[in-house]
Design a binder for this molecule. Structure first.
Ligand SMILES: NC(=O)c1ccc[n+]([C@@H]2O[C@H](COP(=O)([O-])OP(=O)(O)OC[C@H]3O[C@@H](n4cnc5c(N)ncnc54)[C@H](O)[C@@H]3O)[C@@H](O)[C@H]2O)c1
Length: 239
């Protein structure tokens, strides 16, 4: 039976690359996104659900449908996210709520639904949370609600890793720095140029480079790894 991976934010820059990597590795991928999928994936290898991940009832319905149509979930990549750029203390309450809902609550609710399915599946199951280097590096531009949403995600990673270690559900975070995706459009030219010039290789990373790390964790090599936050930043923050 084909193994099933759910990728949130699958229509975005990182999400498309992660989807491609998991299809390459033999998964049937279900993509969840607010947007339609622009990439032409083979319908035998990919199904797309358009939904708002800030609505927990939409997440529940999607996972029920995944269960009945595709049999269950073996891997979940919580990748959907955004970076709203208002700065402290002038962050509107609605923007704060939305930032937490898109980046953290969506991952929380998808994990709740996925774990119930994973507990019924054989073998190793994997959850990979796409966090951010911004939760750890306070020299870069990220606003505090973005940092906090990703820090919350990384605490969820550790809790799930500990809670389900014996059930063979491995949960890790990948925390990338500057990666060239449509998310860059949310930054001013000045902020973007400064952040890219601080990357040791003088250029941002590509989504496929992050996707290969996600795929590695989901591969059998990742069976012995859980509860980690893996920072990917070309060595920028080593002191
Ligand atoms: N690009 C970077 O430099 C970078 C660095 C660190 C972390 N990240 C993280 O990587 C992840 C992927 O981002 P990306 O860079 O590919 O950006 P992106 O904007 O290309 O993709 C994000 C995707 O999430 C989807 N999404 C947003 N809100 C949603 C909602 N309410 N319901 C359903 N889908 C929703 C969007 O439609 C989009 O397709 C994010 O969690 C982001 O925080 C990105």
């Amino acid at each position: 039976m084909k193994r099933v991976a759910v990728v949130t934010g699958s229509a975005g820059g990182m999400g498309r690359a992660i989807t491609k990597a998991l299809i390459r590795d033999g998964f049937f991928v279900v993509g969840l996104d607010l947007k339609q999928q622009s990439e032409k994936f083979d319908a035998n290898l990919y199904a797309h659900f358009t939904l708002d991940l800030t609505k927990s009832h939409e997440i529940d319905s999607a996972f029920q449908e995944i269960e009945s149509k595709f049999g269950g979930v073996d891997a979940l990549v919580n990748n959907a996210g955004s970076c709203f750029m208002s700065d402290f203390p002038d962050i509107p309450a609605e923007e704060f709520e939305l930032q937490m809902a898109v980046n953290f609550s969506s991952a929380f609710h998808c994990s709740q639904a996925a774990v119930k399915s994973m507990l019924r599946r054989d073998g190793f199951k994997k959850i990979v949370n796409i966090s951010s280097n911004g939760a750890y590096n306070f020299d870069v531009f990220d606003p505090p609600h973005y940092r906090a949403s990703k820090a919350a995600m990384d605490t969820l990673t550790k809790d799930l890793a500990r809670r389900y270690a014996k059930e063979r559900i491995c949960c890790n975070s990948i925390a990338p720095a500057m990666t060239e995706t449509p998310l860059f459009d949310l930054l001013t030219e000045e902020t973007l140029n400064k952040a890219i010039s601080n990357m040791p290789q003088g250029k941002p990373m590509q989504p496929s480079q992050i996707a290969d790390w996600v795929a590695f964790l989901i591969s059998p090599a990742g069976d012995v790894v859980s509860g980690n936050v893996i920072i990917i930043n070309q060595g920028r923050d080593v002191r």
